[in-house]
Write a protein that binds this ligand. Sequence first.
Ligand SMILES: C[S@@+](CC[C@H](N)C(=O)[O-])C[C@H]1O[C@@H](n2cnc3c(N)ncnc32)[C@H](O)[C@@H]1O
Length: 335
Amino acid sequence: MTESFAQGQTVTTNHGPVNVEVDTSYENDSSYGDELSSYTASLTSSVLDYRHENGRRYHKYRDGSYLLPNDESENDRLDMLHELCLKMLHRKLYLAPIKRPQRVIDLATGTGIWAVDFADEHPEAQVIGCDLSPIQPSLVPPNVKFLVDDVESEWAYDRDPFDFIHARYLAASIKDFGRLVKQCYRSVKPGGWVEFQDWDVYPITLDSSLKDTGLHRYYDEVCSAFEEAGYEVRPGPKLERWFKDAGFVNIHVEKFVVPYGVWPKDKHLKELGTWAQAQAEAGYEAGALAILTRYKNWTKEEVIALASQARADGRKRNVHTIFNFYVVYGQRPEN
Ligand SMILES: C[S@@+](CC[C@H](N)C(=O)[O-])C[C@H]1O[C@@H](n2cnc3c(N)ncnc32)[C@H](O)[C@@H]1O
């Protein structure tokens, strides 16, 4: 491992060296298409009567169980995250070796963007996206439907099992991942596949450039508050263990290094870093407001100050932050 580096030097990660570029340029050029079809979530007032707090909007169904907003600005961030994941996986939506799946579910689908893309790619599949919030678009492919559901409750899907179950970015959403992975095992067909893609939300750096920054303080305060409240913020590195414990076979683990910011020299990593920074900057207040005001008695103003210091320090080219992202898939044995 390289212990210290500046521009032009190299930081070694588990995925090999990441070179720090001397001059960088910013790129931000993605767009998303609109899709057609029908929206089938059953929406009652108990689901749509959202909680409004500190200028943000939160889900109503199972009020309080998810601590990030569900408003437009957060949904834009989730769509940026989708683009970041696609870039990371070289435009692949998943890595599991699935073959012509018929029944597919995307757990905690968010804006439904993964489910919509998957349905487009697999017209033979019937795709369900479920979430606490009915924030998905109404114009989607005909083979997608969205449901309001709590994935941490008992599932009603067991009698009609899935060929493929997908879940992405549930860090800080879920309290008991082990139980959720076991539930997936019960609800996937023998021979079917389950894939989770998730973060270790704590940032790292292989030099000392993160130390004493607003970015470091932000993640320390916010992650520890989530952990104290019982949420899992580092599911990525633990997924393999949960998959093994649940009984999956043919488990495959892939770890991706995601730099934060434009500091890497490598074009691909710089692009990832640019998207990682853009989505993080869009999410600092969203990630911290509910957890710190509801659980830690911070004021809104204190949270905004914490977020803006994180944003400012994250822009410094000499702060070389990295996040780890994991893709883990496994198969339920045939018999
Ligand atoms: C960080 S977002 C990720 C969204 C999506 N999977 C993606 O990758 O774009 C987390 C999502 O999980 C949903 N969520 C959190 N807890 C949930 C639960 N217990 N059941 C269903 N959805 C949940 C939230 O409403 C939110 O849309």
